[in-house]
Design a protein. Structure first.
Lengths: 406, 93
């Protein structure tokens, strides 16, 4: 019934009054003709009813046959509404203009609010955001949230995190300020060796050196002690007591990094022949459900590559995965290389291992290598990198965490 | 006599196959929702319509729905929905 009324609204309907003696007869005739009527209401001398727009003409014909008189009381539904709107262009135009204006105005950022600030002024943050490219009156589309947030973070060191989000026409800048206490730089401390090395230079800014250039030190050894001997002695009996201070300085040392690599004179080269077979496995929730392809590998020697492809995880997490296993046939070619070539390979391998250990700030002084293994089929090389670097690290005297100083 | 025999046969068929009887026997199906609405399928037309009384033609005579402020919510071929305050349903001949 509801569907019928909905349909009637779109196709249009009429509210009519039926007057006459044989109103029941008219209704029965209409019913038999398949004309749907609804909301019939009996008044003293008439029946008010609703009828389809299309069926009205049939009803009118029936009415004249039964001697009933019809009067249209009201026209309803979409066609009549549409007709009324076409006559009132101004209203429709105004409506369109209103929606358009609403749309246009809502595509601008009109307000900027700041949340989460405690120390910094909201006005200041607003000003900062404006300079970074987020100001009231700008188009929402033009706003690059990540860029503005990054620029704000760079411009103001007190900000730890900046998040921007738009709510309607309001831009909300959420900030988190740096509330950490300033780094602890007080308290007595020693400088100790971070690694083994040969001291070449000791620069003491504060404290007393315990090592001299030319000495070798082991990791953890005390380099500069954080004490200060009082220079002033009033008399012989006065026992000078050292004052603990925070040792500062640099201890430059030669540090060696070693790497070992070897190479055989016969090399096997694995080459793909181009033949391959694949096995596809459908995984649902980590369990294999379906396997397609040859499970036996028809090759004597082969390499296997495995790739997993899951369905668009960005939109919806779906526990279905397709794992493709591809077996490539390979042939192994044995190749003899010369002594010099093998040596070169060994050096490259050893060098790579040694370079891996060198810290980024270190100054490389010397690179040496020596052949420590030379057999019929095997060459072994040790590669040594010598660097000059500051090996001093601060260690607080009352036991604390180590921090690199300088 | 033949009519009666055929009706009996249909009745037993409906029983046996568990078919809806109103279809097999061509009877009206009346659904009453409290005293608010009355829904009648398989009727043959309106005989009388006033706000207190609606008389409908049925296969087995006449159905009189009495009440107050009766309106016909919907009327189509063989279907009628009556709304209002229904007080009495009565079969007439």
């Amino acid at each position: 019934m509801f569907i019928l009324k909905l349909q009637a609204f779109f196709t249009g309907y009429l509210v009519i009054a039926v007057k006459g003696k044989n109103t029941e007869k008219l209704i029965n005739l209409a019913m038999h003709d398949g004309i749907p009527l609804w909301d019939l209401q009996k008044d003293t001398d008439k029946i008010v009813l609703k009828i389809d727009l299309d069926s009205f003409y049939t009803l009118r014909r029936l009415a004249s046959r039964t001697g009933c008189r019809l009067r249209i009381l009201h026209k309803g539904g979409f066609p009549f509404l549409y007709h009324r709107f076409t006559r009132r262009r101004g209203l429709v135009l105004g409506l369109c203009f209103f929606i358009f204006a609403l749309y246009c105005l809502s595509s601008f950022i009109l307000f900027v609010s700041v949340e989460g600030n405690e120390v910094l002024q909201a006005e200041y943050i607003r000003h900062l955001a404006a300079e970074c490219g987020a100001y009231p009156g700008m188009l929402k589309q033009r706003l690059n949230k990540d860029k503005v947030a990054n620029m704000m973070l760079l411009a103001e060191p007190q900000l730890e995190w900046v998040g921007l989000h738009v709510q309607g026409t309001r831009l909300i800048i959420e900030v988190v300020e740096d509330t950490r206490p300033p780094l602890e730089v007080e308290g007595p401390a020693n400088l100790v060796a971070a690694k083994d090395g040969l001291i070449t230079e000791v620069i003491v800014i504060n404290g007393e050196a315990r090592v001299e250039p030319g000495e070798t030190v082991r990791r953890g050894q005390l380099l500069v002690e954080g004490i200060l001997q009082p220079q002033y002695t009033p008399d012989e009996t006065w026992e000078p007591t050292p004052v603990p201070v925070r040792a500062r300085g640099e201890v430059i040392a030669r540090v060696w990094y070693e790497g070992y690599g070897e190479a055989t004179l016969t090399q096997t080269l694995r080459q793909r022949t181009g033949r391959k077979t694949s096995v596809w496995t459908l995984l649902v929730d980590g369990q294999s459900v379906l396997k397609v392809g040859r499970t036996e590998v028809p090759f004597a020697t082969y390499e296997t590559e495995k790739t997993a492809k899951s369905f668009s995880e960005r939109i919806l997490r779906f526990p279905v995965e397709i794992v493709t296993e591809t077996h490539y046939e390979v042939i192994e070619n044995k190749k003899r290389i010369s002594q010099a070539q093998a040596l070169e390979t060994a050096i490259q391998r050893a060098k790579a291992l040694a370079e891996l250990q060198v810290p980024s700030g270190a100054k490389i002084e010397r690179r040496t290598y020596e052949k420590i293994l030379d057999e019929q089929e095997l060459v072994g090389v040790r590669y040594v990198i010598e660097t000059l670097e500051n090996i001093a690290v601060t260690e607080t005297i009352n036991g604390g965490e180590k921090k690199f100083d300088g | 006599m033949g009519e009666k025999k055929s009706s009996k046969w249909r009745h037993s068929l409906a029983e046996m196959l568990e078919l809806p009887q109103e279809i097999i026997l061509n009877l009206p199906r009346i659904t009453l929702i409290g005293n608010l609405q009355c829904y009648i399928e398989n009727h043959h037309g309106i005989i009388e319509y006033t706000t207190e009384r609606i008389r409908l033609a049925l296969n087995l005579g006449e159905l009189i729905v009495s009440g107050k402020d009766l309106t016909i919510r919907y009327l189509a071929n063989e279907e009628i929905a009556i709304a209002g305050t229904i007080e009495k349903l009565q079969y007439g001949s």
